[in-house]
Design a protein around this ligand. Sequence first.
Ligand SMILES: [Zn+2]
Length: 80
Amino acid sequence: MTAPRATVTCPDCDLEETFTKLRDARLAVDRHQRETGHDPTWRLGRLDPGVERAGDAATACGRTREDCGGALTPFTERRE
Ligand SMILES: [Zn+2]
């Protein structure tokens, strides 16, 4: 599977990177913190809603509506 599994975003800049390995995502967060002093976060799942049906992934994606593909609530998106 090559679909991204983790997305790193930063509230302090426009950083948004997707990674297929959680370890890489963690490393990117760590690196960004060191390089910029920002406080990036990473979350699971950056997949099409149909693929992101695991409920746990949706709960990790509750920061902004845009990040969830424009859906009002991440919890209902998984069936649409
Ligand atoms: Zn940043």
